[in-house]
Design a protein around this ligand. Structure first.
Ligand code: NAP
Length: 253
């Protein structure tokens, strides 16, 4: 068994979208994968896809913003799959609104899932990575980190993710752990479909309009992000740390 096959990966928000594609991709690279999401049953489809391709996966129900649930989930993963060596902090939610209409709950929920969730998961997993002297943490940021109308909560969380990533890289590098961020542009998932619905557009028209603004003239697919995550996780990327890679079909202003 190669070292990659023994290195357990945890992907949060992996029941669908970018997280599901990333879990399937990391399994294809040989990692046993903990498919973690709010609803354990919802993880079943991703776990099945991995198993059908000959990989190993475990469905784990957990709210990443809840400290006790996170600690229990990571203990369970370590016991049932093996100590986590790779963590992809992908779980996310949107609560878009203009500042003057944004509720306390919209702010707290978004900051809670993205930032507090990444913090709790990273803190719980790093102990295993430090013991092993090897680890990879990949955090999902966003092009919205640069500022996006109607997303003051999400933009703050995704910009925060970048500072969080760079600090993890500085603190954990001496233990053989790298930390990097992938910042997607427009990716076709349930999240962007929900945004289309909110602004009163059909998803196909919404994607066509978005593609027209993107240099490669298409919107992204979950696999585009999984590919970038797989690079940061790979053995050969051990000298790449504290970086933010925008995966958006072109440069952003
Ligand atoms: P998605 O399709 O909405 O999937 C997000 C997943 O996260 C869902 O399965 C969701 O579960 C789960 N989740 C939400 N809250 C959670 C919690 N507290 N604990 C555990 N899991 C939770 O989103 P996506 O488009 O794949 O996005 C994945 C990541 O990429 C997010 O961090 C997002 O901000 C980022 N991103 C996406 C885009 C894009 O264009 N799609 C662009 C930039 C960045 P439920 O279904 O039960 O809510």
């Amino acid at each position: 068994m190669s070292s990659t096959e023994q290195r357990v990966a945890v992907v949060t928000g992996a029941a669908r979208g970018i997280g599901a594609a990333t879990a399937v991709r990391l399994a294809a690279e040989g990692h046993p994968v903990a498919v973690l999401d709010l609803d354990e049953a919802a993880c079943g489809a991703t776990v099945e896809q991995i198993a059908e391709r000959g990989g190993r996966a475990l469905a784990v129900g957990c709210d990443v913003s809840d400290s006790a649930q996170v600690n229990r989930a990571v203990e369970r993963i370590a016991a049932e799959l093996g100590p986590p060596a790779v963590l992809v902090n992908n779980a996310g939610v949107l609560r878009d609104n203009l500042l003057f209409k944004m509720s306390d709950d919209d702010w707290d929920t978004v900051l809670g899932v993205h930032l507090r969730g990444a913090f709790l998961m990273s803190r719980a997993c790093q102990a295993h990575m430090v013991d092993a002297g090897w680890g990879r943490i990949v955090n999902l940021s966003s092009s919205s980190a640069l500022g996006n109308r109607g997303q003051v909560n999400y933009a703050a969380a995704k910009a925060g993710m970048q500072g969080f990533t760079k600090t993890l890289a500085k603190e954990l590098g001496k233990f053989g752990i790298t930390a990097n961020a992938v910042a997607p542009g427009f990716i076709a998932t349930d999240m962007t479909a929900a945004t289309a619905e909110r602004v009163g557009m059909g998803f196909e028209d919404f994607k066509t309009a978005a593609a027209g603004q993107i240099p490669v003239q298409r919107v992204g697919e979950p696999g585009d992000i999984a590919h970038a995550v797989a690079f940061f996780v790979s053995e050969g990327a051990g000298f790449v740390s504290g970086q933010v890679l925008y995966v958006a079909g072109g440069p952003l202003n």
